[in-house]
Design a protein around this ligand. Structure first.
Ligand code: NAP
Length: 292
């Protein structure tokens, strides 16, 4: 770890707050930047950084800048950061979509040391109060380098990500968006559809009984439906094509299961047994994805 690095985090919500919590004992100099004074006060109470401000110009002393604001603010924030950061600072973000961010960077007139980022960790909660000190332990963290980033810049950022407990995975921005459409945004969409279907089931007596009986199975399969609404809409709307294509594929999968259930009980049982084993093997007991 390079102890002389100064790291600025802009946007102290679930993701930015958790970055500070993960790095606060790692000997970096940390700068916390929030929009609201109330958020700064909360960060101070938890001693999350060395410097606190609502004024973005404090990033001028930073070697690395993490932009952790909502997806719809990323482009404006990139412009602000470029204006105030020192010329050789490495700039990164955490937005759940990478295609539009990297397109924006590639079309900038002047070169900027930008590496797109997306920590594959989160919860349905938002704000600094929901930040966790172990959010990134064992998590993957996608990096999408731009034309102007050097191997040395990537190495520096990877070291910081490792310090937070995560493992960097280099990916192409467009392929990343397709992949997260499959494993994150379509499941969110599905979870919304599932919750909506059950909670508006036409038979009132059955609906009320079902909702009263709903326990861990329904809770786990609909957890994503409670996602922070600004984030949910930003992800689904900005990744619409990939979400719709994944949703189509899912409908085909559902139809083939329906057909087996209706016409081929043996095959149906074999298939769901295979699915159960494969799904059981995918995660370790502490819930981490075992695929390296
Ligand atoms: P969040 O908890 O709502 O936090 C967003 C933070 O951004 C808030 O603290 C807010 O400040 C701040 N903010 C909003 N507008 C700002 C502005 N104009 N200037 C400065 N700060 C501003 O959201 P989050 O879940 O951390 O999401 C942040 C980013 O992480 C998004 O780009 C998202 O795609 C990405 N991400 C989220 C997850 C997840 O599961 N949640 C996972 C991976 C990546 P105030 O506190 O002052 O209101």
């Amino acid at each position: 770890m390079d102890k002389s690095l100064t790291i600025a985090v802009i946007g102290l919500g679930l993701i930015g707050g958790s970055i500070l919590k993960s790095l606060k004992y790692k000997s970096y100099e940390l700068i916390a930047i929030a929009r609201r004074e109330e958020t700064i006060q909360k960060a101070k109470e938890q001693k999350l950084a060395n410097v606190y401000s609502t004024d973005i110009s404090v990033i001028k002393g930073a070697d690395i800048v993490f932009i952790c604001t909502p997806i719809n603010k990323i482009k404006t924030m990139i412009d602000n950061v470029i204006e105030h950061a020192k010329p050789n600072a490495i700039i990164t973000d955490v937005a759940s979509l990478k295609g539009f961010v990297m397109e924006y960077i590639d079309n900038l007139q002047k070169p900027v040391k930008f590496i797109g980022g997306h920590p594959m960790a989160g919860t349905e909660h938002k704000g600094i109060d929901s930040a966790l000190d172990d959010l990134y332990i064992g998590a993957k963290w996608v990096l999408t380098p731009s034309n102007y980033t050097s191997d040395e810049d990537i190495k520096i950022l990877k070291n910081i990500i490792n310090s937070a407990g995560a493992k960097a995975v280099i990916a192409d921005a467009k392929k990343h968006d397709f992949a997260v459409g499959l494993i994150s945004h379509m499941p969110l969409f599905l979870s919304q559809a599932l919750y909506s279907y059950v909670s508006s089931y036409p038979d009132e007596e059955v609906r009320e009984l079902a909702l009263k009986l709903a326990a861990s199975g329904f809770r786990d399969t609909t957890r994503l439906a409670a996602t922070n609404v600004e984030l949910a809409q930003d992800m689904i709307i900005n990744n619409k094509q990939n979400v719709l294509s994944a949703s189509e594929g899912l409908k085909e999968s559902l139809t083939s299961l329906e057909n087996l259930l209706s016409f081929d009980k043996e095959k149906f049982i074999g298939l769901i047994a295979d699915i159960a084993i494969s799904r059981m093997n995918m995660y370790s007991e502490d819930g981490k994805n075992k695929l390296l």
